[in-house]
Design a binder for this molecule. Structure first.
Ligand code: 4AD
Ligand code: MG
Length: 462
């Protein structure tokens, strides 16, 4: 049951009988032998199963086996004469569990485009690329929990259904059980949400941050790692409507500590992947994005450069002729600007800080200039923003004022404001988009190809 091909490939020859379970990637036959390349998802490389046709009696069974079939093979590991692999399996007996008729199986042995594979998302984990992505996602998840656990951060499970808009941007998916053909209305107009399931308007969360802050103000250092939902109408290669986010939050911590953690965190994850997913990283470096592993190593080796938004904009304005969207102070940075800062200005990761308050969320700490907030975005070459975070506004009066200015109702956020009423303290945190991190690590162009079943504008199949 626990015989995985990745383990068997490391073995030297043994005398014991082993059973190998997996799916046939290719079948090749000569007069005397039949080769099956088996893959069980545990590694990029498959195990070659060799069937001696002179002794193997059940030829009709073999005839039914083709690419995609599920089989288990029993036999002994022997030295592989070809030299392509150290060992191969000399098959004694074979069970065919499920056929995959060649006329209809959509994953024939050839290179398929990632666009085509998106249409068969239920079968694409059987390809080299998506299999490698799945293993890297797993490894990175494990590394993230290890990183925080080693540093005394507690994993907090924040709610998925929420009645607070954590980013205040109104990009939420509503959750309702109301009959959309017969919506209860208030006398003064509008929907009567008191009749809805939760007795109030509810939505899928855009971030676990606000509830995370409540736990940070009790356990000091916490993190969340969960699904996040955004109804942004942005059809880009780096946006999903459902993505996974990691959000650490630290009490007694200002932006400096936050930036230091973000840098240490990214470097830890990248190092972990290079050390533990070498085979898959080599695959990405060869077939997906030339030299992506070296890019990660470069990030690990470079100190992150800190730069204020104002300085960044000054730099960008000098190059406005190069951009589709010219920049002026106050404008939000687009991917092209973020990439310019990391690829042309600094040639490495950049942390941009102190953005104008108008383009950032309500909860960020106001600077003494009263124009900018203590925000930070971590930008990396090729991708742009990978992390967004800030020091939080821990002063009750300023936070309330900011909400009112933005048209948010302080009474809707009463419990969040309580955190400033009782035992408030400077605190900071950030969010790393998990899928964006995987996109960066693998070099895969479109974020839809690094998540098993992507949800995006007009896309929720499977
Ligand atoms: O910058 P964002 O919106 O920040 C927050 O949500 C804060 N609550 C985080 C915090 O301070 N605790 O999102 C954080 C990160 C982005 O930098 C990006 O990597 C990712 O989440 N992200 C997305 N990833 C995929 N698809 C989307 N639509 C994303 N929106 C944000
Ligand atoms: Mg952001």
């Amino acid at each position: 049951m626990y015989n995985r091909i990745s383990q068997l490939l490391k073995k030297t020859v043994t005398d014991e009988l082993v059973t190998v379970e997996g799916w046939v990637r290719t079948k090749r036959e000569s007069k005397t032998v039949c080769f099956l390349e088996l893959n069980d998802g545990s590694s990029l490389k498959g195990l070659q199963a060799v069937i001696d046709l002179e002794t193997f009696a059940d030829k009709p069974l073999l005839a039914k086996i083709s690419t995609g079939a599920a089989v288990s093979c029993q036999g002994k590991l022997i030295p592989s004469p070809g030299g392509k692999q150290a060992v191969e399996l000399a098959v004694d007996s074979l069970t065919l569990h499920g056929e995959a008729p060649a006329e209809s199986y959509p994953l024939q042995k050839k290179r398929h485009t990632l666009e085509y594979l998106r249409e068969i998302a239920h079968l694409r984990p059987r390809t080299n690329t998506l299999g490698a992505v799945a293993r890297v996602r797993h490894a990175v998840s494990y590394a993230i929990h290890t990183f925080f656990n080693e540093r005394g951060f507690y994993y907090v499970h924040t709610p998925i259904i929420s009645t607070a808009d954590a980013e205040g941007a109104g990009e939420q998916f509503q959750v309702t059980t109301l009959d959309l053909n017969n919506v209860p209305l208030l006398e003064e107009g509008g929907v009567d949400f008191s009749k809805d399931f939760f007795g109030q308007k509810a939505a899928l969360t855009v971030s676990g941050q606000l509830q995370g802050e409540a736990y940070a103000l009790a356990l000091k250092n916490i993190y969340t790692f969960g699904p996040t939902f955004r109804a942004e109408n942005s059809n880009t290669r780096r946006h999903l409507s459902e993505f996974w986010m990691i959000e650490p939050e630290m009490a007694f911590c200002t932006l400096e500590g936050n930036m230091a953690l973000a840098e240490e965190f990214l470097k830890y994850i990248f190092s972990y992947v290079l050390e533990n997913c070498a085979e898959d990283m080599e695959f990405f470096s060869t077939w997906i994005e030339k030299g992506v592993a070296e890019t990660l190593q470069k990030v690990i080796d470079s100190p992150f450069v800190e730069m204020s938004y104002t300085d960044a904009v000054t730099e960008l304005i000098k190059n406005n002729a190069k951009f589709a969207f010219p920049v002026k102070w106050g404008s939000d940075l687009q991917t092209e600007h973020e990439r310019f800062l990391t690829e042309e200005v600094h040639n490495g990761p950049v942390i941009v800080t102190d953005y104008p308050k108008e383009i950032k969320a309500f909860y960020m700490k106001l600077n003494p200039d009263e124009k900018t907030v203590r925000a930070m975005d971590v930008l990396v070459p090729r991708l742009g923003e990978i992390i967004g975070g800030s020091e939080r506004e821990s002063r009750l009066d300023l936070l309330t004022e900011r909400m009112v200015t933005l048209g948010l109702k302080p009474e809707d956020y009463w419990w969040y404001l309580d955190l400033r009423r009782y035992g408030s303290v400077p605190h900071s945190g950030f969010g790393l988009g998990f899928d964006r991190a995987i996109q960066y690590i693998t070099g895969i162009q479109n974020i839809r190809d690094v998540i098993p079943f992507p949800r995006a504008v007009k896309q929720a199949d499977f």
